[in-house]
Design a protein around this ligand. Structure first.
Ligand code: ATP
Ligand code: MG
Length: 259
């Protein structure tokens, strides 16, 4: 993307002339304090929000220029989305929720559990096995814990056969243990299938552990963009300071030098 900006109708400038290139197969973590523009970037990348200006291309396509519904859904089919909230259909079975992942390539009728083909049902069971949830395939989605729900949401995403995975705070509602298990799962699925992985996180330790590259946003601009081995803790600390604190720290520095 080149000089990508996003201004909301109320005048909020959420992204300011962003220049970013993310390469196939990279594992990128996006960090930044509340309101820094992470989810806006996520929505622009996934075509849920149009950019205001600049050049954006993902997998050879500009999501903002996909006007027809069919084109947009074909574009989104390639991106596996994971959210903080799992968006499962609560009153249906786990298996049915996973089958819904095939909706982009099958009609609604063909993904309904009682009439879905054996091949599709087997594929859904394999996806559930991959995330360790095959034993609860027949249970209601509402009977699961948060960590289990996220696993089922990931199995549903596997059914989509995505080319890349984008996750907006995938572990924000989970305890540290379940959160790490989910990150382990997502990273290993991406490695097995050579998928690009972009995740938005708030936990800097997890970002350093699971990311290969960290992009830090601050007020809609890139403040930090480095491979993880080159990142200093102080850079992450600075990223999470409010802009007011940053101004005060710079001022203290100036005073400290006696200028
Ligand atoms: N639909 C919208 N309409 C107007 N302004 C919005 C909209 N969505 C987000 N914003 C504003 O854009 C800026 C960036 O918001 P965004 O949700 O992208 O931040 P974020 O980094 O994801 O924050 P958080 O960590 O809290 O999720 C904020 O100032 C926010 O108030
Ligand atoms: Mg957000």
């Amino acid at each position: 993307m080149h000089e990508v900006s996003k201004v909301y109708p109320n005048g909020t400038e959420a992204l300011k002339a962003l220049d970013l290139t993310i390469y196939p197969g990279e594992h990128v973590v996006i960090l930044g304090h509340n309101g820094s523009g992470k989810s806006t970037l996520f929505r622009c990348l996934t075509g849920f929000e149009n950019i205001t200006s600049g050049f954006l291309e993902i997998d050879g396509k500009n999501p903002s220029q996909l006007k027809k519904r069919k084109e947009r859904s074909a574009f989104r089919r390639n991106i596996g989305l994971v959210f903080q909230h799992y968006h499962l259909t609560q009153n249906l079975s786990v298996l049915q929720n996973v089958l819904f992942g095939a909706l982009g390539r099958q009609s609604f009728r063909k993904v309904c559990a009682p009439i879905a083909s054996l091949a599709l049902r087997n594929e859904a069971m394999e996806a559930l096995e991959r995330v360790g949830m095959e034993s609860v395939a027949g249970n209601g989605a509402d009977e699961l814990s948060g960590g289990q729900k996220q696993r089922v949401a990931i199995a549903r995403m596997i059914m989509q056969r995505p080319r890349m995975i984008m996750a907006d705070e995938p572990i924000a509602s989970l305890d540290p243990k379940a959160g790490k298990e989910i990150m382990d799962l997502l990273v290993s699925i991406c490695k097995e299938n050579q998928l690009t992985f972009i995740s938005i996180l708030h936990q800097t330790d997890i970002a350093l552990q699971y990311g290969e590259r960290i992009i830090g946003l601050n007020q809609g601009e890139v403040q930090l963009d480095k491979p993880v081995p080159f990142i200093q803790r102080s850079e992450l600390h600075e990223l999470y300071m409010s802009s007011q604190e940053q101004k005060e720290e710079r001022l203290e520095g100036v005073v400290g030098y006696g200028i």
